[in-house]
Design a protein around this ligand. Sequence first.
Ligand code: GRF
Length: 196
Amino acid sequence: VNIAVLGSGKGSNFLSIAKAVSMGELPARICVVVSDNPEALIIKKANELGIPTAVLPCGKYKTWLEPWIEEELVRILKEYHTELVVLAGFMRVLKETFLNAFEGRTVNIHPSLLPAFKGKEAWKAALEACVAETGCTIHWVSKEVDGGKIIAQSRVPILPGDTPESLHARIQQAEHELYPKVLKDLCLDWIKKYAK
Ligand code: GRF
């Protein structure tokens, strides 16, 4: 299964997926890594691994991509024969032009137990709300931000003395375990459905 990974940041989830692919634990190939940020570490890491990369024009807005940029994104994904799109810290909300092409084939990971704590820096929100546990969620991407159908979740305790950083690090550990496992299941389903 051809997987495209989209990210804006440090790319630790991307690395956990790339590792699972190289260990033969995930029946997939990362066909391209796409970012909206030319400086993002995820691009550097993909280049080091010899995986094709593409950087999108940044456009006028910070939190979403204008339709012509989404068209460009769709064009790139199709050029690399993408079958499944994996968002791993991609900081732009994806809208109609993208969703028309890839809804039902795009997943995201969010650092909370959705539907709790949607939006940015969800680990901080969980800490401030003094809940006993938080976690991470993998879900299908739909037009409702952080609102698509949930595929899997992993729970993470909040411990006395936690700072936003320590809690985020614990959530990320859980993400790095959960994402490759869930992608494996999705790829196996995909192969069953579409492979001849
Ligand atoms: C993760 O914590 C993920 O939940 C959120 O963005 C972060 C990406 O981290 N959507 P990385 O770039 O994979 O290290």
